[in-house]
Design a protein around this ligand. Structure first.
Ligand code: AMP
Ligand code: MN
Ligand code: MN
Ligand code: MN
Length: 283
């Protein structure tokens, strides 16, 4: 990692395995100097992460990863530098939390029909007070021997066409970008290489994202294969968007990439942190 910045990761406040404190300690131990915690539709871990970051002498950037429905597909938009006390933001996330609860019941109903009983209670037990995600169901299923690992659970049970999949309507791209902007943040399209959009729709998405005030796309992420770094660096340039980088770390055994291992952004990228005081010492 040429610039020790990681702008995408998860704690137990969503579907990560480490508490905000342990996550920050882990990041610091791996050499990360500027960290954004970006839990799914949730900002409640940020205060704890900030206190831990002060102890470890690293900078904490407020963040969140918002689930969005765009053309019947689920996309993720990362909001960075949001005000975690903004009331519109908190109200919207409260609604998402409730919708995720209802969705979790539907997921469990689907799994029950496939012969897997007690999934709601099992996933809830793992989630505790966190927002309910498919990851919690996946962990429950592995624990009870329904599949050998998380990847297999998703493939067999949790994706479109499978018994534990629910077609959920998240907020619109427009609404997510408005929430981020109104709370003082900048919007970053998360892991664009994961959406399987095709050339035309990817261009449509980036055009729309930019017109709605989107600032950057993730170029280097644990969710991209190395050839995609160049591909999305080019697209960022073409659509006049900045570039971001983040591991999307979820904890040991639940991540594509360890923290502190991000390669540098391809040359020509304008980093989203270009004007940030927290990053001024690092470049
Ligand atoms: P949800 O927001 O409840 O739909 O859960 C989405 C989360 O599930 C993502 O943020 C990932 O952490 C995880 N996830 C999605 N697809 C996979 C996959 N194929 N393998 C492992 N984890 C996945
Ligand atoms: Mn996740
Ligand atoms: Mn994501
Ligand atoms: Mn993520």
């Amino acid at each position: 990692m040429s610039v020790p910045i990681d702008l995408h990761c998860h704690s137990t406040m969503s579907d990560g395995l480490l508490s905000p404190e342990d996550l920050v300690a882990h990041a610091a131990s791996k050499g990360v100097r500027v960290l954004a915690l970006t839990d799914h539709d949730e900002v409640s871990g940020l205060a704890r992460a900030r206190a831990a970051a002060e102890q470890h002498g690293i900078a904490l950037i407020n963040g969140v990863e918002i689930s969005v429905t765009w053309k019947k597909r689920t996309l993720h938009v990362v909001g960075l530098r949001v005000d975690a006390e903004n009331s519109a933001l908190l109200m919207a996330f409260q609604q998402v939390r409730e919708a995720r609860e209802a969705r979790a019941r539907e997921i469990a109903d689907g799994l029950a029909k496939a012969g897997i009983a007690g999934a709601y209670e099992g996933a809830k037990d793992i989630a505790g007070n966190s927002v309910m995600t498919r990851s919690h169901f996946a962990q429950f299923m592995v624990k009870h021997g329904h599949a050998k690992n998380i990847k297999t659970v998703f493939k067999k049970y949790m994706v479109k066409g499978k018994p534990g999949y629910v077609n959920h309507e998240w907020m619109s791209l427009e609404q997510a970008l408005q929430l981020i902007r109104d709370s003082g943040g900048v919007a970053v399209l998360a892991h664009p290489g994961r959406y399987d959009l095709g050339f035309v729709n990817m261009h449509l998405l980036l055009h729309e994202f930019r017109n709605l005030g989107g600032a950057a796309i993730e170029v280097v992420t644990g969710s991209h294969q190395p050839p995609q770094y160049e591909q999305f660096a080019k697209l960022a340039h073409r659509f006049d968007l900045k570039a971001s980088q983040g591991s999307d770390y979820h904890g040991p055994g639940l991540s594509f990439m360890e923290m502190g291992r991000l390669p540098a952004l391809p040359s020509g990228c304008v980093p989203v942190w270009q004007d940030w005081p927290e990053a001024s010492q690092l470049q």
